[in-house]
Design a protein around this ligand. Structure first.
Ligand SMILES: [Zn+2]
Ligand SMILES: [Zn+2]
Length: 232
């Protein structure tokens, strides 16, 4: 038994209990509680939808997202997923991402053969938030997926230049504009294809804003992957 396992036992992302030392990343009964996104899901934004007959959710039917396709791992509506992400975000339990990211990488692998992203780009957080939290959860996800999928991370090019706190007071188009100006491309690099990563997909506004900034800088195709998502 490695000393490191005794000093820092890993915890199950579902029940949060300490796991026995070794390679296990989730308790077997807890693995069954994870509500992974299953068919039918929207072929654009990746959110689960109710009808097999539809290809896209109503939102994507109305206005097509800027990214080519998003894939999500699990449903945010599940209590365990919400608790796990909030533990990661606000209590520093980054290790809880180990199992979700490993499992997600297996779901993403067949897409990678087709999408062929040159880099993984985490949705950036603002410097002030980085200081208070100590890390960016999207970068944590990117690093784990990078190890599993053997695709490098570019966390330097896309930056969050301003904080978007007053979003609620703005209308829908005002919010989109405000969000768009929050991100910028800080690099001479361009890619053929990139995979943008985030922890939660809600309205897609953040991913859309990041995608527009990346495309405007000269990259050709932007795909996305989010660890959790609401329903479409
Ligand atoms: Zn468990
Ligand atoms: Zn959709």
């Amino acid at each position: 038994m490695a000393i490191i396992d005794l000093l820092y036992p890993k915890h199950c992302p579902v029940c949060l209990r300490a796991l026995p030392p070794g390679k296990t990343l989730i308790c077997p009964p807890c693995e069954k509680k994870v509500r992974r996104v299953r068919d039918p899901f929207c072929m654009k934004c990746g959110r689960p939808i109710d009808s097999e007959l539809r290809e896209y959710c109503r939102q994507c039917e109305r206005s097509e997202p800027a990214f080519t396709q998003n894939i999500a791992w699990a449903e945010y509506g599940s209590f365990y997923i919400r608790r796990m992400l909030s533990e990661v975000k606000y209590h520093g339990n980054r290790q809880l991402l180990d199992y979700p990211c490993l499992d997600f990488s297996e779901i993403l692998r067949p897409y990678m053969a087709c999408w062929q992203p040159e880099v993984l780009i985490p949705v950036p957080i603002h410097r002030s938030r980085l200081r208070e939290r100590g890390y960016n959860q999207a970068l944590e996800i990117a690093c784990r997926l990078s190890t599993a999928l053997k695709i490098p991370v570019d966390s330097e090019s896309l930056i969050r230049s301003s904080e978007t706190a007053a979003q609620k007071s703005l209308g829908r188009s005002g919010r989109a504009l405000n969000l768009l100006s929050a991100f910028s491309w800080n690099s001479p690099k361009t890619y053929r294809s990139v995979l943008l990563l985030d922890d939660i997909y809600t309205t897609g506004a953040t991913l859309n804003a990041c995608t527009r900034v990346i495309l405007r800088a000269g990259t050709k195709i932007v795909y996305a992957a989010c660890l959790s998502t609401g329903r479409g």
